[in-house]
Design a protein around this ligand. Structure first.
Ligand SMILES: NC(=O)c1ccc[n+]([C@@H]2O[C@H](COP(=O)([O-])OP(=O)(O)OC[C@H]3O[C@@H](n4cnc5c(N)ncnc54)[C@H](O)[C@@H]3O)[C@@H](O)[C@H]2O)c1
Length: 406
């Protein structure tokens, strides 16, 4: 009989697990949260109590050995992603890996090769700005059809929640996740940026970059506050620590041990080139002001994100556009209830990549399909960031060794 439910083991019962993955996984008919694992017992206990996790572990390798699970969701800090992914592959488990897949190209290759050799399914986050989002599938298709003509240049500035004005949280917690040397810093915290470029323009050919640590000393909220938060939650829909942590005093000093600013010039396989900046800003931008969203300019059209829409295209090749508004542009509307929007929580009703990736992996396992955001995708995005660092270190252009059929 065909399998009906995918049994999932989650490693890392931190902020992202509690806020996004677990409350969604518990609602799926074709999956169950069989086991959870974390170094902090108070966190696994909360996951059992609130999200119905059946088994609790304090040691990942113990969970892999003892629990009857089909897939592992790796939601720990980046420094553990590679050993945890390789051990899951060795144990024959399908995987979802939170970003970044790896901070080293050989490690990413080992994961890719291991998944392929074992015939497993793997989804590599983030799946936002990828073909998993139907709006991006439309945009990529239009670009491939030539709606922009020959693409000349593009630009993108990704800042995320990395402002550092006093009282405004820049990654207000998470020494291991965002600041430690093996986290890869903000460059590897924001693979959303290269993903957004690839999601529209396809594979990358080379990168030239300048990367540095610009704010060496920071303050975060002590880790113990998250334990207190997890000890008192009871409603699965009320487990978003971001809402709480931004208002807590940041009293614990933390060293920025990895890159927090990177300016990369990417040349894409289609011949276009453009700039991509990931890093800090002083203050979240003024609502309505341009915020560094992706802009692409070609000989026959422009593609812009923002300005009140998810994306918009103007083109001399109007016949290619699905529809044209009175202002002459094709607009993809912002979806979901924007009145409830608050960074960095996904807007209710809009594309939620944590949910879509979970649903997609489960579906790919049950239906034996190859995931859209797979290990080859993850390897290519990883190389765009690794290449940026290498270029910055050597002062030379980095030539990509991986590509994508996309
Ligand atoms: N927080 C966010 O909004 C967010 C958003 C997108 C992606 N992410 C990614 O999700 C991952 C986790 O981020 P987070 O914000 O949830 O961090 P976090 O620090 O809140 O959670 C990580 C959890 O992993 C546990 N852990 C660490 N080492 C472990 C080990 N050896 N065995 C078992 N458990 C272990 C920690 O105790 C912690 O509970 C990171 O890769 C991050 O890049 C986070």
């Amino acid at each position: 009989m065909a399998k009906e439910k995918v049994k999932i083991g989650v490693v890392g019962c931190g902020v992202v697990a509690a806020a996004y993955y677990l409350p969604y996984l518990m609602t799926l008919d074709n999956a169950e949260i069989t086991a959870v694992c974390d170094l902090h017992a108070v966190r696994t206990e909360a996951c059992a109590r609130v999200f119905g996790a059946k088994e609790q572990y304090g040691d990942y390798y113990d969970m892999l050995e003892k629990s009857d699970i089909d897939a592992v969701f790796i939601l720990t800090a980046p420094g553990t992603h590679v050993p945890f992914a390789l051990a899951a592959i060795e144990a024959g488990k399908h995987i979802l890996i939170q970003k970044p897949m790896a901070t080293d190209l050989d490690d990413a290759r080992k994961i890719r090769d291991g998944v392929r050799a074992a015939g497993l399914k793997a989804v590599i986050e983030p799946s936002s700005s990828t073909p998993l989002d139907p709006d991006f599938a439309v945009l990529r298709d239009l670009v491939k059809q030539g709606v922009l003509g020959d693409i000349l240049w593009f630009s993108l500035g990704a800042t995320g929640p990395t402002s550092y004005a006093p009282g405004l949280a820049s990654n207000p917690y998470g020494k291991a996740a965002f600041f430690a040397a093996d986290s890869g810093g903000f460059l590897f915290d924001l693979p959303y940026a290269p993903t957004n470029i690839v999601g529209v323009l396809g594979p990358c050919k080379s990168v030239f970059a300048h990367a540095k640590i610009s704010v060496a000393d920071d303050f975060i909220v002590p880790e113990s506050e998250f334990d207190k938060f997890m000890a008192q939650i009871s409603d699965p829909q009320d487990a978003n620590y971001w809402d709480v942590v931004v208002n807590l005093p940041r009293t614990e000093p933390v060293k920025m041990e990895a890159v927090d600013q990177a300016y990369s010039l990417y040349e894409m396989a289609d011949g276009s080139h453009g700039a991509c900046h990931v890093g800090r800003i002083y203050h979240p931008i003024l609502p309505g002001a341009g915020g560094g969203a992706l802009s692409v300019y070609g000989t026959e059209g422009n593609l812009l994100f923002g300005a009140g829409y998810k994306a918009s295209i103007i083109s001399s090749r109007r016949e290619l556009l699905p529809e044209v508004s009175e202002d002459g542009w094709f607009h993809i509307p912002l979806r979901g209830d924007r009145s409830k929007a608050r960074w960095p929580v996904p807007v209710p009703g809009a594309f939620n990549y944590y949910h879509e990736s979970s649903r997609h992996l489960v579906e790919c396992i049950l239906e034996d399909k190859e995931p859209l955001v797979n290990v080859d995708w993850g390897l290519h995005i990883t190389e765009m960031m690794v290449g940026a660092l290498k270029s910055s270190e050597t002062g030379e252009l980095y030539h990509m060794t991986t590509s994508l059929d996309y």
